[in-house]
Write a protein that binds this ligand. Structure first.
Ligand code: SAM
Length: 306
């Protein structure tokens, strides 16, 4: 960055930091703070201010958060609040808040409670009649949606799919006729299998956006058809590394109408036939893929049992 621009940026940041002193930061409140998902600079001034003023910070992993705090010169007592101790820690936090403390809640990356721990703590604090204050910032899902160019006002956040192939495809079967953009999180060791399941359930024609390593050095945003996604990942092994958000274009209105017709036929046939017979007959009637219909039939059957 050119030197004079750098100075003027620093002067503006410093002025904004001074203005923060005039804002209200209530006591006895839980501050839920989003932290960077890759680029360390993606954190708000208000988040830094609150992290430096709270009594303690509840962290998914204290080592991770300590690294972030060190980079910003913040020294603060941290304690662990992860998926295995969240409920017991919630009681401790409620007590601290009742005693007048300000407590921050952070996860390893992004927004707490979004495919991350945090919801139990927030629930306990709200149930105790205490204040929860969100400090918005990075979230991988929103970052991916913002650069997808998918023209849809709606999105449906799924997060992580089940690990096992069968369960994963059953879950996907329930999403076939949703018209909103579907949002998935995925880890590198499952990316190929998950894309395989997506193709087998949704077919090759829907659009996919693969947002990989958002805000990091090797960030990649790839948009194409589901049918060509596996080839794109195989072309360069590095593309299978890192963290992923997958967006799948929602069902088109025609597809959604056809899918609801297929669902209606399946529901009738399931009263008389096995899942596989119902899927095979519906495939013959509608011309749709048997595999996807089989998953849909399982989902219908499960829904009627629940
Ligand atoms: N709370 C986080 C949020 O607000 O996005 C999500 C935490 S979840 C445990 C981690 C998953 O988020 C990763 O497996 C990946 O799917 C997605 N993710 C996190 N950081 C990412 C990044 N920089 N690029 C792409 N995906 C990311």
């Amino acid at each position: 960055m050119n030197q004079s621009l750098n100075f003027s940026l620093m002067a503006s940041v410093s002025k904004l930091a001074d203005e923060l002193e005039l804002q209200q930061f209530p006591q006895s409140a839980l501050y839920v703070i989003a932290t960077p998902i890759g680029n360390i600079s993606d954190i708000s001034l208000r988040a830094l201010k609150v992290l430096s003023m709270v009594e303690e910070i509840a962290c998914e992993d204290t080592r991770n958060t300590s690294q972030l705090l060190t980079r910003y010169g913040i020294s603060k007592k941290c304690f662990a609040a992860h998926q295995h101790n969240e409920r017991s820690v919630a009681e401790k936090i409620v007590q601290q808040l009742r005693d007048g403390s300000r407590i921050a809640l952070v996860s390893d990356a992004g927004t707490p409670g979004i495919s991350d721990p945090g919801a139990h703590i927030v629930d306990a604090v709200l149930e105790a009649g205490l204040q929860v204050i969100p400090l918005p910032g990075a979230s991988a899902a929103i970052a991916a949606l913002s650069c997808s160019g998918f023209i849809s006002d709606d999105f449906y956040f799924v997060g992580f799919l089940p690990n096992k192939n069968k369960q994963r495809e059953t879950e996907l079967g329930k999403l076939i006729s949703i018209q909103a953009t579907l949002v998935f999180y995925e880890a590198p060791h499952r990316i190929m299998e998950t894309i395989g399941s997506l193709v087998s359930v949704f077919g090759p024609d829907r659009k996919i956006l693969i947002a990989r390593e958002i805000s990091k050095l090797f960030e990649q945003i790839h948009r194409g058809s589901l049918g060509s996604a596996l080839t794109w990942l195989q072309e360069d092994e590095n593309r299978q590394r890192g963290e992923f958000v997958l967006l799948i274009e929602g069902a088109s209105r025609t597809n959604a109408d056809e899918d609801s017709e297929a669902e209606r036929i399946l529901s009738i046939l399931l009263e008389e036939c096995s899942v596989s017979q119902a899927a095979a007959l519906t495939a013959r009637i509608t011309g749709k893929k048997k595999n996807a219909l089989y998953e849909l039939a399982l989902a219908i059957q499960k829904k009627s049992r629940d």
